[in-house]
Design a protein around this ligand. Structure first.
Ligand SMILES: Nc1ncnc2c1ncn2[C@@H]1O[C@H](COP(=O)(O)OP(=O)(O)OP(=O)(O)O)[C@@H](O)[C@H]1O
Length: 183
């Protein structure tokens, strides 16, 4: 069976940091990666103003959500930029992008991303390709269709206690598993 890793854990524990390290390790070894990463933006006072979404392949990005967004589509105190962010998802996970990649990498499968109309269908199609996959999954994800597709995945729950060790060893372990050198 293809290797799928699900990284989960409490908000702010370091999931994106670990995900980026794994993506970096995959790329450094010559593997082509398709997918996207979402990351927070803070203002000069340190206040979190919102999140951006970045296509890993083309480096195209858009705001995913901001506190001051007028969007009626809200997740907590953030308004989601549905149209702009959806375009990045379509670029990152369209059929060509995923078929021509070695590994599918998505940070994250969470409530904001699920407000983007193309996200769930494109993610499900990508998962069904049977390629190695790295996913950051929101700890409260409840979507039954996605959960069913990832229920046999290897799962890592990141904590403040284990994150240093996992950042050190997991990128190398993932690479070996994807290359089939480790069971
Ligand atoms: N191993 C680590 N050691 C020290 N600081 C870390 C470590 N991992 C992450 N951080 C810091 O913790 C903060 C949150 O990290 P990150 O954005 O990766 O978390 P996250 O779990 O993806 O957050 P979110 O739930 O908001 O998506 C960042 O400032 C990051 O630099």
């Amino acid at each position: 069976m293809r290797y799928t890793l699900v990284i989960t854990g409490r908000p702010g524990v370091g999931k994106s940091t670990l995900f980026n390290k794994i993506v970096e390790a995959l790329r450094s070894s010559g593997l082509a990666v398709a997918g996207f990463v979402t990351f927070e933006e803070r203002d000069s006072t340190g206040l979190r103003v919102g999140f951006k979404i970045l296509d890993l392949k083309t480096r195209s990005w858009a705001w995913l959500a901001r506190r001051d967004s007028p969007s009626p589509v809200r997740v907590g105190s953030y308004g989601v930029f549905v149209e702009e962010a959806n375009k990045v998802v379509e670029m990152a996970l369209n059929k060509d992008a995923v078929v021509n990649s070695d590994v599918i990498c998505v940070d994250e499968v969470g409530p904001m991303e699920l407000k983007l109309p193309s996200f769930k269908p494109l993610l499900i199609s990508a998962l069904k390709l049977g390629k190695p996959t790295i996913l950051v999954v929101h700890y409260r994800l409840s979507d039954p269709d996605i959960l069913r597709l990832i229920d046999k995945s290897e799962r890592v729950t990141l904590t403040l206690e284990n994150r240093d060790e996992l950042n050190r060893v997991l990128p190398g372990v993932v690479l070996e598993k994807i290359r089939g050198k480790r069971p």
